[in-house]
Design a binder for this molecule. Structure first.
Ligand SMILES: Cc1cc2nc3c(=O)[nH]c(=O)nc-3n(C[C@H](O)[C@H](O)[C@H](O)COP(=O)(O)OP(=O)(O)OC[C@H]3O[C@@H](n4cnc5c(N)ncnc54)[C@H](O)[C@@H]3O)c2cc1C
Length: 357
């Protein structure tokens, strides 16, 4: 009999929440990470309400700001702001969030080993889950490296600035294939830029421009770091008794660059499949629950890339905002599920994306 029912490689949001769910259900779970926690991960740390709602516990102890306003500008030009009637996202720092999630997994009964690297093929477990992010090795080792396109992002922290409190500030299309952001945290703001991988050499200049445009002193930057964003176009997610989840599976939204919702959801889906003894059903569940969102993300990315002004004009329409608000809050599974006038707005953006493609 294998030493563990499930071995999970990587204890980020995907791995720790998968381990939590499986251990809570009574499985003997081994959760491994090459790092020792608390460790940081380059990330805006924005957990949409949609993502937070997926968790079986509250992340309130590590929330540093609550977002109910979005400020959106098109390439340092036209601008609109929207207020929501309820929270849209929680701002966290990954160092604290990931440690918190790891502790929940350990409390649930998962055996946690930190500071170790392993070959995913040699683990003594009935099921193996690769959750070691976009720079991990498990996907390749398990024969599950899919068709993944990489974006790049650069971010840094700056002194807290009350102008950005409770607000998600987005500078759309300021970077080809991406955008810039300002996210408020407890004692600082996180400013970042991301886009196509080819923008890598220009990201420092993009970040400086973003700071200058928003009255933030670029020289006050601390913890400047870059990282990749894996965006899946296809490929296997399951082979034999092994599966990949989260960034290891390339499940980052191509438009927003968010991946925590997908990490939490793929963790939930893989745990359900393992507990049902039918790992193959995980791949089908991802296609059903995550792929429509990924497809819409690719569409929005293409539309903004090719026709930024038209797409921005559509995005600022009140009906589009209503759909976006519902998406962020998890009240709409994907843009294609919109109804009524909101559906009309989404259809227009979809039409632009098809022309762009
Ligand atoms: C700059 C930037 C900003 C972002 N901002 C946001 C945001 O605001 N909101 C959002 O939702 N998403 C955001 N994302 C995406 C988000 O960070 C990822 O989608 C998310 O971290 C995926 O979680 P994960 O658990 O799959 O992988 P990770 O968080 O990468 O965790 C992987 C874990 O595996 C471990 N590991 C790696 N290799 C090995 C190995 N060989 N053996 C054992 N362990 C290993 C690592 O130490 C790590 O702990 C951002 C990404 C970037 C780059």
């Amino acid at each position: 009999m294998p030493a563990h029912d499930v071995a999970v490689v990587g204890a980020g949001p995907a791995g720790s929440t998968a381990a939590y769910r499986l251990a809570r259900a009574g499985a003997r779970v081994l959760l491994l990470d090459k790092a020792r926690f608390p460790r940081d991960k380059p990330c805006g740390g924005g957990v949409t309400l949609r993502a937070a709602r997926l968790l079986p516990f509250s992340i309130e102890p590590v929330v540093e700001d609550v977002i109910d306003r979005v400020d959106c500008r098109l390439d340092f030009g036209p601008h609109f702001s929207r207020h929501a009637h309820a929270p849209l996202a929680f701002m966290t720092q990954r160092k604290r969030l990931d440690h918190f999630l790891l502790e929940r997994a350990a409390e649930a009964g998962a055996e946690v080993r930190q500071g170790v690297t392993v070959d995913a093929r040699e683990l003594d477990a009935e099921f193996v889950i690769g959750a070691d992010g976009c720079n991990g090795t498990s996907a390749k080792q398990l024969g599950l490296a899919g068709d993944v396109v990489h974006g790049v992002a650069l971010e840094a922290n700056f002194p807290r600035d009350e102008r950005y409190a409770r607000t998600m500030t987005l500078e759309i299309a300021s970077v080809p294939g991406g955008y810039g952001w300002i996210f408020p945290k407890g004692d600082h703001v996180n400013v970042g830029v991301g886009g196509w991988a080819s923008e890598g050499p220009r990201l420092r200049a993009h970040l400086r421009r973003m700071c200058e445009a928003y009255g933030i002193d670029p020289e006050s930057a601390t913890e400047t770091r870059g990282y990749r964003l894996p965006m899946r176009r296809g490929g296997p997610l399951v082979r034999g008794n092994a599966a990949v989840i989260g960034d290891a599976a390339g499940l980052v939204d191509p438009f927003s660059g968010d991946g925590m919702y997908e990490a939490f959801l793929s963790a939930k889906l893989v745990a359900e499949a393992v507990l049902a003894g039918d790992l193959l059903s995980y791949a089908a569940a991802v296609e059903r629950s995550i792929t429509p969102l990924t497809r819409a993300g690719w569409g929005a990315k293409q539309a903004f890339d090719r026709f930024p002004r038209t797409t921005f004009a559509l995005a600022r329409m009140p009906f589009t905002w209503r759909a976006v608000e519902k998406l962020l809050r998890g009240e709409l599974s994907h843009p294609g599920a919109a109804r009524g006038v909101e559906k009309g707005a989404i259809r227009l953006i979809d039409a632009v994306s098809r022309v762009a493609a």
